[in-house]
Design a protein around this ligand. Structure first.
Ligand code: ADP
Ligand code: ADP
Length: 224
């Protein structure tokens, strides 16, 4: 079964802008899947529907076998999303942020992995600082750790390298590759072809709310 199945998905925002128009594709389990397209193509809209932040207008979305309308909680448990916006409380520390998130998922204190996640994201030194004092790169890494608190089988990253320096990008890719090696399915959006080519097993190209290509990276490149 697919990690994510999207069937005839559409989204029209209040005001009439159609951001997604009859989009269908599958993300195979265990892959690094790239959603590539220019600004305004509809990538964030799609990610935000997966994250439950945007309500779709039509179509069907299944995450790890769970329909997001019929089994939203199970679908949400199967996915961790790293959004573009920085969303956590600036007056909690990174460690508190992860502990609170773990609590929301009902993870027992002795089963939480906050310290391991902070270490993986090179945030151990900042574990007890107010999150508001973190640099932009540190905040992004905290968001990745937060997305992985409940050990989901799928990690989705929305433009993870936008405005990110080389060092952080390298750390981020190292971590993504490590998760991938552990069997985690990765979905990321980008508007850099080069980035998608380097990282992804498979690439779907989205433009004006429509998927115009969806192929293994090698085949896509051989046609370019
Ligand atoms: P991308 O992530 O590929 O840049 P988006 O999904 O953010 O694309 O946007 C797709 C289209 O939908 C754009 O034309 C954008 O302006 C529009 N859009 C995005 N969010 C909203 C919103 N909340 N209300 C109205 N239009 C929106
Ligand atoms: P270094 O110079 O320390 O070897 P780089 O930053 O060049 O490190 O690359 C480290 C990792 O980051 C590689 O796996 C590479 O694929 C990835 N990477 C670096 N830059 C990009 C980029 N622009 N797009 C996609 N991946 C990148």
């Amino acid at each position: 079964d697919a990690a994510i199945r999207i069937e005839n998905l559409s989204k029209t925002y209040a005001g009439g802008k159609q951001a997604l128009n009859d989009v269908s594709f599958e993300v195979p389990r265990g892959q690094i899947f790239g959603l590539l397209g220019p600004n305004g193509a509809g990538k964030s809209t799609l990610i935000n529907i997966l994250a439950g932040l945007v309500v779709k207008s039509g179509g069907k979305v299944t995450v790890w076998g769970f329909d997001i309308d019929e089994h939203p909680r199970n679908a949400k448990r199967s996915i961790g999303v790293v959004p573009q916006e920085i969303i956590f409380d600036p007056f909690f520390t990174p460690r508190e942020t992860l502990e609170i998130q773990a609590g929301l998922y009902g993870i027992a204190p002795n089963e939480r992995q906050s310290d391991a996640l902070l270490a993986a994201m090179h945030l151990t030194d900042k574990a007890k600082a107010y999150s508001r004092t973190l640099s932009g790169g540190m905040k992004r890494r905290l968001l990745v750790a937060k997305a992985m608190v409940h050990s989901p089988p799928i990690l989705v990253l929305d433009e993870p390298t936008a405005g990110v320096d080389v060092e952080l990008r390298r750390q981020l890719w190292d971590y993504v590759h490590k998760l991938h090696a552990q069997g985690v399915t990765i979905v990321l959006t980008t508007h850099y072809l080069e980035e998608a080519e380097q990282l992804c097993d498979r690439i779907a190209i989205i433009n004006h709310g429509k998927v115009i290509a969806n192929e293994p990276t090698r085949e896509l490149i051989s046609k370019a």
